[in-house]
Ligand binder design. Structure first.
Ligand SMILES: [Zn+2]
Length: 100
């Protein structure tokens, strides 16, 4: 995947991808970090990676005992990183498609 980088981009550990940090490999830059406080059985993550659609997303997972796995119950495509406030330019093509 070819990445068009802007000049030095101020990011944070939650929204850092190969888009923002040229030292990262776009094939292996995926990360998922939990945020916030949730009720038991729920988790909220910020997922980031250039091969993701969208590259940066907020996901809410719920544990399903019957399936014995987490299922996605909400997915948000943010315009800005909720942790550092960076405008997530790489999400722009995906914002047009979403209903937000
Ligand atoms: Zn950030």
């Amino acid at each position: 995947m070819k990445i068009r980088r802007q000049q030095k981009i101020k990011d944070c550990k939650y929204c850092k991808t190969a888009f923002t940090d040229p030292r990262l490999d776009p094939e292996t830059d995926f990360q998922s970090i939990t945020i916030g406080n949730t009720d038991k059985g729920f988790n909220v993550y910020i997922d980031a990676g250039v091969v993701n659609n969208p590259p940066v997303s907020i996901k809410v997972f719920m544990w399903r005992d019957d399936l014995r796995q987490n299922v996605t119950v909400a997915a948000i495509t943010p315009h800005y990183c909720p942790m550092c406030g960076r405008k997530i330019a790489e999400n722009k093509p995906f914002l047009r498609k979403s209903k937000e």
